[in-house]
Design a protein around this ligand. Sequence first.
Ligand SMILES: Cc1ncc(COP(=O)(O)O)c(C=O)c1O
Length: 403
Amino acid sequence: MRDLFSKFDALISEREALLATGVRDPYAIVMDKVLSPTEAIIDGKPTILLGTYNYMGMTFDRDVVAAGKKALDEFGSGTTGSRVLNGTYQGHRECEEALKEFYGTAHAIVFSTGYQANLGMISTLAGKGDYIILDADSHASIYDGCWLGNAEIIRFRHNSVQDLDKRLGRLPPDAGKLVVLEGVYSMMGDIAPLAEMVSVAKKHGAMILVDEAHGMGFFGEHGRGVFEEAGVSDDVDFVVGTFSKSVGTVGGFCVSNHPKFEVLRLVCRPYVFTASLPPSVVATAAESIRKLMHADAKRAHLWKNSRRLHQGLRDMGYKLGTESAQSAIIAIILTDMAQAVALWQGLLEAGLYVNTARPPATPAGMFLLRCSLCAEHSDEQVEQILGIFAAVGRAVGVIGSNS
Ligand SMILES: Cc1ncc(COP(=O)(O)O)c(C=O)c1O
């Protein structure tokens, strides 16, 4: 019998070799207690969180937590059913209404995760004989959505308007085409040139879906995402998003003005064949979304934090994923996994948690530490974070001793 696990042998050995050097496993951290959106207890020690997607710091918002508790008391712990059977409660509808208001769209559909939103939307929209044209650095959920369906898949070079134009130009003019873009690319924290891309996609008669997982809450006048800031709201056909980042809970969604949108509730398998979100979750999401509509001060503070951290790390000599802060994600590029883990562990021991990322999740096989800021990080915390990066970076030799 061939052991089906043998394909993972190389990964298992690489991991064992790394852990044998005495470093901590960066993928096995446990938060013993979470004190606030920016602080937790890890290994008994207070630690600043700089590796969450809690961009707007909504997880401990008093009104959001109260809405969840109320729904738990009134509707119980779960729905035990699909949205199309017994799993649509008043709270799911309210959550969809909150999304419609937030985005100013005619339709909104809530999925159980953002991952499922991409799986469902992409695999259902693009069928046999259609084409999906996607950025090579797209999130795994976008790729998986392509593989779940029957469409032809065409990739273009990351953020290249020219390559998108060229590849669209080779397709049959009358074929169905879905261009899939992300507002913010979460590994490097760079944003897409959406104005140019949307115009190219329209020129070739394609429909456009933009994933705003990392842009919702703080890009654009109403915090809708990079597409709003780029001024292309009227030309984007579908916006996909998640509740697991700025909204501060779990769940996914798609909003649109397409007149036939509601038929998706009957044909979209990742919507139909799974249980709906618990009432407490949709209640927290709806309250959070409503509050995000009036979060200008938080947005401004998040941008201030992101720019300060980017500038500070750059001045110290860290190699960063972008020239300036394009989003709330700041990626530090390292030479290999050993260097990445050494810096990561040093930071953790000094009381700072960041994320590590490695191939295959990263573009071009890069090893990264990813910092993501929160609107609730205080100015003092950001200065403290910079102090830790200076001391640990020097100690592990990632930056020079004069930095
Ligand atoms: C670009 C992008 N799309 C979709 C998702 C999936 O979101 P969720 O956590 O809700 O499944 C993520 C999450 O990592 C993401 O980064």
